[in-house]
Design a protein. Sequence first.
Length: 271
Amino acid sequence: MSVNKEVKRVTTHTLAKMKQAGEKISMLTAYDFSFARIIDSAGIDVLLVGDSASNVMAGHETTLPITLDQMIYHAQSVIRAAKRCLVVVDLPFGSYQSNSEIALASAVRIMKETGAHAVKLEGGEEVTESIKKITSAGIPVMGHLGLTPQSIYQFGTYAVRAKEETEAAKLLKDVELVQQAGAFALVLEKIPAALAQQATEKLQIPVIGIGAGPHCDGQVLVMHDMLGINTEFKPKFLRQYLNIFEQATKAVQQYIWDVKSGDFPNEQEQY
Ligand code: KIV
């Protein structure tokens, strides 16, 4: 029997059942084959091929520059490694905002060319037509509200969103609209914990938080942040589980020393 047949794939239905059962959902980002393999085999529920690839893989300041072709490349690499988890791919900036036809065309490209299981897009009321159009084609859509990095130049800052009453009320309206439009889950980023709790209790679909407190149905972090690959980004909500930057620097320094001193390669390390 092949490995694939033995592994039960996490689906959008699995996530819905997890919410009903009160079982927390774990989600991390991944952008390449090797890390996706580690994270999937560790037992993650959802892998997000986030447009944060623009920051952590390409070194851009924002998520805006990454293209649909580049997202497809990252997603193709991740999907080859993901044997168990659900793989969700971000629709990048400019690939869905114009109208729902363009949104569907972008989502179809992702599904056809990568083999991913769902797409994610940012926004509330203004993207509901696109969510309806994409889901009507049989493609599961994850929403994303609160701090939506593709709108950073409109916000002007990465500070916590929806602290004021008016923005909080709009967020609560938007989460409902995104659910009604057919989204299967929703990411809430960097909003007060009490507001995220209200949204989570109000919605039937699972809510995955990042900087949104402990009451969400699950949590997501950017892999490079939680593994300490990228050590310059240290928001209050981040828990850093490793310091790969430091450990890798030490290993590389040791390698340089070993090469220069003639210690590497030794007798066992040659033919
Ligand atoms: O692109 C991304 O990494 C994301 C997460 C922050 C949720 O959208």
